[in-house]
Design a protein around this ligand. Structure first.
Ligand code: UD1
Length: 422
């Protein structure tokens, strides 16, 4: 088991290149199963969740090669096994996209119910409702979701909530269905749009991704393509928050500013300077903070609202802000597992249901810390960077799921961080 030792208090300064988006990669890699040829993916983050998906694809018979630029070439033509067992998926949640992709391509999928972060119940009823509407027989037996269809046929599907996972899973199956599918109350997150763009690059007809209504004209033959995954909105946001929390000055490269608007707005409201620039080649963002950030209120919402995945790191920053902040978590019912760790560092946080009240304190003290999930881990890293003294952040396998080269990137920004492999 590895852990990080962080000696807090260094101001983060310099530039960081944001990696490809985890949540887009986790949808696009399974989507490549739908192609009749090989696809090449660029700007792919080499994180544990991606490694795990690569392992699953190899196990079911696909051929997967790493490319010299860190990307991946996937040729799905050798797939001969539609069963994905629990040992393959126990640590990652996004394995559910294999359901839509294998069902769409082969009419058959058996996927063990996913693992992933312990942040709430995370049911998949909307995924199943959508696949059934497309004509699949879906059952859950002994923890395995089994889906079968002789033919998928387009349908009108209304989602009870704008679920990212259900929107993408239904889209994957719908491109293989005969006729038109309309997904209403669809999720609008950047990775939904990125997955739709990838499908279209393969020859699919998906329109409206990024709005409430997605229309898919299914049944097109999908060919191979080369596709660059979008930059990671959440990784970028984490570095923006870490820069503010350490009163630093950080330039972020490889970003899409519109994806970061909710985060920029909240940081600016907190007194942080956020500058969006364009150097003629690409966008960049500079985040700097000279004074103690001011308290702000946060409500997590579906995109374009403030992302739930940044609620935890943002709370770590607000723990040291001037004043009281109120944080409402609207997406997941138990996404406050990081609070007890922050409290041990001296943070004044009170949780009541889905609301946390954070009474800013002037300083946090380094401590041994235990991540309970991926973004809780990110929150503890932010807290440890801005705390006085030494912290140890344990359970880094959660953080490895979603942050590429975390130690190297933070060190290059001046953090005193060391990874210890036990
Ligand atoms: C995705 C992201 C995750 C992010 C979340 C919300 C990936 C791999 N993960 O997770 O990082 O935190 O979106 O932006 O992209 N729900 C149901 N029934 C369903 C589906 C969802 O009740 O069938 C509920 C969930 O419990 C949750 C809410 O809907 O309360 C939103 O979940 P959803 O958008 O589906 O999140 P994920 O796709 O799991």
């Amino acid at each position: 088991m590895a852990y990080y030792i962080i000696n807090g208090g260094n101001r983060l300064e310099g530039s960081v290149t944001v990696s490809g988006a985890k949540n887009a990669a986790l949808a696009i890699i399974p989507a490549a199963i739908l192609a009749g040829e090989s696809c090449r993916l660029e700007n792919l983050p080499r994180i544990e969740d991606v490694n795990m998906l690569e392992h699953i694809l190899l196990k079911i018979g696909a051929s997967v090669e790493s490319t010299a630029d860190g990307g991946m070439r996937i040729d799905p033509r050798g797939i001969s096994n539609y069963h994905v067992t629990f040992d393959m998926v126990s640590k990652m949640r996004a394995s559910y996209y294999l359901l839509g992709a294998l069902l769409g391509r082969y009419g058959h999928a058996e996927i063990a119910l996913p693992g992933g972060c312990a942040i709430g119940q995370r049911p998949i009823d909307q995924h199943i409702k959508g696949l059934r509407a497309l004509g699949a027989e879906v059952s859950i037996e002994h923890g395995i979701v089994k889906a079968k269809a002789r033919e998928l046929v387009g349908a009108d599907i209304y989602l009870d909530m704008a679920s990212v996972g259900a929107t993408i899973n239904i889209m994957l199956a719908a491109v293989a269905a005969r006729g038109q599918t309309i997904i209403s109350n669809a999720a609008k997150e950047p990775h939904v749009v990125d997955t739709a763009n990838f499908l279209n690059m393969m020859g699919a007809q998906v329109k409206g991704a990024g709005t409430d209504i997605i229309r898919v004209n299914g049944g097109m033959r999908l060919h191979g393509c080369t596709y660059a995954i979008i930059p990671d909105q959440i990784e970028a946001g984490t570095y923006m928050i870490a820069a503010a929390a350490t009163r630093g000055d950080v330039v972020l490269n490889n970003i899409i500013p519109t994806h970061l608007e909710a985060i920029s707005a909240k940081l600016m409201e907190s007194g942080v300077t956020v500058f969006e620039g364009d150097d003629g080649r690409e966008f960049y963002m500079r985040v700097s903070c000279d004074n103690r950030p001011r308290a702000v209120n946060i409500k997590t919402l579906p995109y374009p609202g403030f992302p739930t995945d940044l609620q935890q790191p943002m709370m770590a920053m607000l723990a040291k802000a001037d004043g009281n902040s109120y944080i409402v978590e609207n997406i997941f019912e138990s996404r406050f597992n990081h609070v007890s760790e922050l409290q041990r560092m001296g943070a004044n946080i009170n949780v009541n249901g889905r609301t946390a009240t954070v009474e800013g304190t002037k300083s946090l003290a380094g401590a041994p810390l235990y991540a309970s999930d991926l973004r809780a881990g990110a929150a503890l890293i932010v807290a440890a960077l801005s705390a006085d003294g030494r912290s140890e952040v344990h359970n880094v396998e959660y953080i490895d799921r979603g942050y590429e080269y975390l130690e190297e990137k933070l060190r290059a920004l001046g953090a005193d961080i060391t990874r210890v492999e036990e």
